[in-house]
Design a protein around this ligand. Structure first.
Ligand code: ASP
Length: 344
């Protein structure tokens, strides 16, 4: 029997309505298990480790990522795969973080959750969780895991984690991967697309990275943005990295002050990465004249990476390589685990 470890952090999937405030709050794993007897009736052995207390994913932070990744690492040889129950609000951040933390991963780590709590009649919880478990346990005819990546399974799609964004607070199809196709589709059968999956060299041991440096920020440009705002952010004490959310193919206003502020920040050792505000498509600096100043200022291209993946990648690279700005600059421009496409 294949074995899957279910790591529960909380999220709507585990929630019940609080009698006094009427707001949704995480319950506990015993309540959750009572709603999910199917967990223990299938052809996969499911063991559980849960955060106590369970939390809403708005309270997730890098310490939680370390706890999740450490559980995977400590139990790596004992299980065929892992499923992480998580709130949808920050799932793309956590799942992206774990994709960078677990170097040389050779087993599935599938994040899932639901839009309605498990106890609600129309809940998407059971379908999401039971399919995620099946995917985490799935092997090919040679006995190798079919999708040995960190992924998100939601509604009927399996996505590479570091390509996802939460796109909908209402629909059951809460996530999308705008710049990379789904790795599997679930209908009556689960159709895997192995040619899209990354397979690491299994002779290399799993390596856990867990030092984060949170001195990063997101600067979203908009028409009319003021120098005082840009300057205040770029001069934040201790700041190491900035996700610069630009227009279209990576374009920005040509105001001289913007160029000067960005250049001065780069000269102070801050790494600034150009990420388009568009969901689909890639940064192409130099395509339009309005991105030339960014290049001259030393801003790096984020290609088609998501903000969630870029932030977590930066935080981990700064944490793991303190003081080594050149190495961090080099690694940010590289595809470490399928998070970006360098050439279209
Ligand atoms: N607020 C919830 C959370 O992220 C939403 C959800 O799980 O869908 O924990």
């Amino acid at each position: 029997m294949n074995k899957v470890l279910l790591i529960s952090t909380g999220g709507t999937i585990t929630m019940v309505r609080d009698a006094s405030s009427h707001a949704l709050v995480p319950a506990d794993m015993e309540t959750f298990k009572a709603y999910m007897p199917e967990l223990f009736e299938g052809s996969v052995q499911v063991d559980i480790q849960a955060f106590t207390p369970l939390i809403d994913s708005s309270d997730i932070n890098p310490d939680c990522w370390v706890r999740m990744a450490q559980i995977v690492y400590d139990n790596y040889s004992a299980y065929d795969g892992f499923v992480i129950l998580h709130g949808t609000d920050t799932m793309s951040y956590s799942a992206s973080a774990l994709s960078f933390m677990l170097e040389n991963l050779g087993k599935p780590v599938v994040f899932t959750g639901s839009q309605l709590p498990v106890g609600v009649l129309r809940s998407d919880a059971k379908e999401n969780l039971l399919t995620a478990i099946e995917i985490a346990a799935a092997k090919d005819e040679d006995g190798n895991p079919i999708v040995p990546e960190v992924t998100i399974y939601f509604e009927d799609r399996l996505f590479r984690a570091n390509r996802t964004t939460k796109r909908n607070a209402e629909h059951f199809s809460a996530f999308n991967s705008y710049n990379y196709p789904a790795l599997a589709k679930a209908g009556v059968h689960i159709t895997y697309l192995p040619h899209l999956v990354r397979y690491n060299d299994l002779s290399k041991p799993l390596k856990l990275h867990k030092q984060f440096d949170c001195n990063v920020a997101v600067l979203k440009l908009f028409p009319g943005i003021q120098q005082t705002v840009v300057r205040a952010l770029l001069r934040t004490r201790g700041l190491k990295g900035v996700v610069l959310e630009t227009f279209g193919a990576g374009n920005a206003p040509t105001d001289k002050w913007l160029y000067r502020e960005l250049k001065a920040a780069v000269d102070r050792g801050i790494i600034i990465v150009n990420k388009t505000q568009c969901s689909t498509g890639s940064v192409e600096m130099g395509l339009y004249a309005v991105s030339l100043n960014l290049m001259k200022a030393g801003v790096l291209s984020g290609y088609d990476i998501t903000t969630e993946a870029l932030l977590t990648k930066m935080m981990l690279l700064f944490g793991e390589n303190p003081g080594n700005i050149e190495l961090v600059r080099k690694l940010i421009g590289m595809d470490l685990c399928g998070e970006l496409t360098i050439d279209k």
